[in-house]
Design a protein around this ligand. Structure first.
Ligand SMILES: [Zn+2]
Length: 459
């Protein structure tokens, strides 16, 4: 498998000598060969590559990446068919380098950016670059996000001709610097960013649906583009799993004809968390379902979990997961406070309480139905402060399909038959929610406030 080959390459990094270097190359032809054998596509690296290949339609493309890193410097190079204009800057907390690019088809396995951790060698300082990600950031724009283990300055970020004279190469070269210089550079970059219009706003405008007499249900596949989400030990990507699930769920709901399904993203693109909420509210959502698949490296945890929003987390695990999911914007290369619209103050507490009650009604029913499709976590209904569930007037749940750290769950999540059954159950829960005799159909604040008190028992 391709992802296995990546792992082998990375083991070279364990050599405790000078600048540790490795090269990983995945030619476009290798991706094409894998696509011919969908049965082998259980490894998410391939799913990721397939998504990238699918969305690539001419223009600049990257086909391989090379990394060299040491505690003092790093050089990441992407092989390109055409030169591109790159704009690089640093962001603090967590410390990252962001490289903004025109849209690029990344025809290589995202696993190339999952660099081996060298923490075992505690006596030597860690390499300057700990990992990197790449993908679509917004329509027409791609981004590379590089995670730093220490303050760095950008020496170079530009396309250059290859030594052989063929094609082009995007070279990002970094060097260690002192913390004060790094923070000053991050502040300067932040100021420039604030002046520029936030491009992801466009995503919402493009997805506003025409008025429909049917209730609109927003399906929100988590992560996407440059934000990979969780990654399983064998290279299954959360962003790909949840997108496939979301697409199938939307198709099933469309066929049912009882609700109007919409998606916050229907492609491998990055969307900030609060933007997802805005897309759903602007689109007149009556229900919002965010789809995720986490990893957990403790014990043999498996099965689906359904989360609703709460000010205080139901348990430590829910709090940990919310913190992790709320980090998605940072994974996508947004600065901390960027795009953070607090919708809590917009409407009265009463509306929010009713919205939360309706979220619980749906969550209970979804859990009851999911049981028939298979695995529920032993504690399937939990709550925490998920940013993506914060619309004050749209009942919202976050469905964790399963754990990418569980071999049992991965087998299910990547099986077409399981997906068909599971999306059927979720669709039934959605249709039943809107078929309730009163309330629920109307999503306006006033009607929800005046609507029936939802029962808190499973149906
Ligand atoms: Zn997630």
């Amino acid at each position: 498998m391709v992802s296995g080959a990546t792992g082998d390459s990375m083991h070279l990094l364990g050599r405790p000598s000078g600048i540790r270097a490795f090269a990983f190359r995945l030619a476009g032809v290798a991706v094409a060969a894998c696509l011919a054998f969908p049965g082998q596509a259980a490894a998410g690296g391939l799913v990721g590559a397939r998504l990238a290949a699918k969305s690539y339609s001419g223009g600049p493309a990257a086909t391989a990446a090379t990394v060299e890193r040491s505690p003092d410097q790093a050089r990441i190079a992407f092989d390109l068919n055409l030169p591109v204009e790159a704009k690089a800057y640093v962001l603090a907390d967590p410390d990252r380098v962001v490289v903004d690019l025109p849209e690029i088809g990344f025809l290589l396995d995202p696993a190339v950016g999952r660099l081996a951790s060298l923490s075992r060698h505690a006596k030597t300082p860690p390499p300057l670059v700990s990992s990197f990600r790449f993908g679509q950031f917004a329509p027409g724009r791609s981004r590379i996000v590089i995670d730093l283990s220490g303050p760095a300055r950008i020496v170079k970020a530009a396309s250059e001709p290859t030594p052989s004279g063929g094609a082009s190469r995007l070279v990002i070269q970094l060097a260690a610097t002192d913390p004060d210089s790094f923070r000053a550079a991050a502040r300067a970059a932040r100021a420039v960013q604030l002046l520029a219009a936030p491009a992801p706003e466009n995503a919402g405008e493009m997805t506003v649906p025409p008025k429909s007499s049917l209730p609109t249900v927003y399906i929100d596949p988590g992560h996407g583009g440059v934000d990979m989400g969780a990654v399983s030990p064998n290279g299954v990507y959360e962003k790909s799993i949840v997108l496939e699930f979301g697409r199938e769920l939307a198709a099933r709901l469309e066929k049912g004809g009882r609700v109007k399904p919409m998606m916050t993203r229907s492609d491998d693109v990055f969307i900030p968390l609060s933007q997802r909420v805005k897309i759903a509210r602007d689109g007149g959502a009556s229900l919002f379902i965010s789809i995720h698949a986490d990893t957990l490296y403790e014990g043999a945890v498996h099965g689906a979990t359904i989360y609703t929003i709460s000010d205080r987390a139901s348990d430590a695990e829910a709090a940990r997961l919310a913190a992790k999911e709320n980090n998605a914007d940072q994974a996508g290369g947004l600065a901390n406070s960027e795009d953070a619209v607090d919708v809590n103050d917009i409407l009265a507490d009463l509306t929010r309480r009713e919205t939360r009650a309706m979220s619980h009604v749906f969550a209970y029913d979804l859990a009851a139905r999911w049981k028939a499709a298979g695995d529920l976590n032993k504690n399937p209904l939990r709550s925490a402060g998920f940013v993506v569930l914060k619309a004050p007037d749209v009942p919202s749940v976050l469905l964790e399909l399963g754990y990418l750290s569980s071999a049992q769950d991965i087998a299910k999540l990547t099986a077409a038959e399981w997906r068909r059954r599971a999306t059927e159950r979720v669709a039934e829960a959605i249709e039943r929610y809107f078929a309730r005799p009163q309330g629920a159909q109307d999503h306006t604040a006033a009607v929800v406030v005046d609507g029936p008190r939802p029962s808190a028992t499973p149906h």
